[in-house]
Each structure stands twice: as structure tokens, then as C-alpha cells.
Design a binder for this molecule. Sequence first.
Ligand SMILES: C[S@@+](CC[C@H](N)C(=O)[O-])C[C@H]1O[C@@H](n2cnc3c(N)ncnc32)[C@H](O)[C@@H]1O
Length: 246
Amino acid sequence: MTAVARRKPGNREHPRRRADLRTRTRQYLIQAGGLLGEERLHDVSCVLAALRLGRWTRQLPAPSGGTKVRADRLQTFRDGLALLDTEQPLYLEFGVWRGWSLRWWLDHLDTPGARFVGFDSFEGLPEQWRPDYPPGTFDVEGTPPPITDPRVEFEVGYFDQTLARFEMPEHDRLFVNIDCTLYSSTACVLEWLEPHLRVGDLIYFDELPEYDHELRALLEHDRRTTLRLMPISQAKGYYWLFQYVP
Ligand SMILES: C[S@@+](CC[C@H](N)C(=O)[O-])C[C@H]1O[C@@H](n2cnc3c(N)ncnc32)[C@H](O)[C@@H]1O
């Protein structure tokens, strides 16, 4: 058996050997990358996103009993609903498409003072999202879903345009549903949202562990905002509900 020489702490060879190992590993990864398709590369970025999400959430304040791990996103919606127990809640949804999640909230949030606003261009994603989601995915020809509930209004257009003229309705607690998938769209919403946020408000992300999309925008938002995000619950590691705390 070959004897392995023990290096004293501070020995100069260690960093060089580590650097060599990093260089070799990087070269292998570059070769491997040449064999991968865009979809597999995206999968790898999702692995990194899950790790980053785990590291970040570990530093956040936790609810008593810890962040609940739910089986599906409807259960995270229910957790949000239970915390939206004020007289004048306001539900803002960014990314409505055919109105599936908006309808769920209309059916379940029956507080008389509740109001709902759905933001969407209804022309689909303005940019490429995942490799298999080109610009225009989710296009419904500019038309909001046929929802006639008088508590809802739609802000039709791209967020940067509709938010520039949108006046926040009076409310005593906010629920923000981020389901617009792209970094640029999420970042635009979060920057607009920051001066309006108050302790107790809630925010939900529908596709959080996407390294270059919702997660990146959320981490930037977390660095800018003075309020802290508390992860209330999550389902499948994908659907995340947070509450703003002091
Ligand atoms: C995943 S879909 C929303 C799904 C919907 N919440 C549901 O329950 O089925 C994403 C939507 O975000 C919209 N969207 C993304 N970025 C946008 C932007 N910058 N401005 C306006 N709409 C945007 C797209 O048009 C699309 O309808």
C-alpha cells in the first residue's frame, strides 16, 4: 500500500492540488456539457436551484413548528387562505392565463371586503422560459378568461406597463401570487411591490426552484427589502408560500 504523505496545515501544495483538481473537473464538465441537450442542462440548473433554496431558507425565520411540507399546491393555497383572515384582503395574481388559480381563490376567499386583480398580457411569455417554453407560450390572444365575478378586475398588458399606472386598492392584507415564471417578469413585479409591503402580507411562488428565474428574482428582492420572508409552507419543493415578518 502506498503511504499517503500527511501535509501540515499551511502546506503550499494543498491549494495547488485543489486548484488542479478543480481545473480537471471543470474540463470534464465542459466535455460532458458538449454531450448534453438544453433540457438536461436546465435540469442541472434546477439541482443548483434546489440547493440554493435550501441554503437560503435555512437562514430565514421559521414559523413555530417549522415550514409545513404539503402534498400539493392547493394545500399551500389553503395555508395562505387561513392567514388571509382580515376584513379587506387584496389578492393580486401575476400570470393568469386561463384563470385556473384565480378561480380557485374566487371560490375560496369569500370575505365580503375581498378584492382580486389579475395581471397578464394574455399574449403569453414575452421571452423564452425553459428550453421547451418559447416566447408566446400561454398565448390566449390577449383575452382574459370569462370570469364575471364583480370582485375581480383585470389589468391587461405587460407588467412594466400596467404596474406603472396601477393604483394599489385599499386593503388590510395582501396576497401576491407570482405565476409569471420568468426572471424579468418576477423582478419587475417584486421591485414594484416593495414600497407597498407590510408585515403580515403573503407571497406565493408557483415555480420557485428555477435558478435563473423566480428564485433569482426572489433572492434579489430579499436582499433589498427590510422585511424578512418566513416560509410558511411548500409543496414538492416547487410551490412556496411566504409571509413577511419584521
Ligand atoms: C404559467 S402562466 C399562468 C398560469 C395561471 N396562474 C394558472 O393558474 O393557470 C404564466 C402567465 O404569465 C404571463 N406573463 C408572464 N410574463 C408577463 C409579463 N411580463 N407581463 C404580462 N404577463 C406576463 C403569461 O402571459 C402567462 O399567461
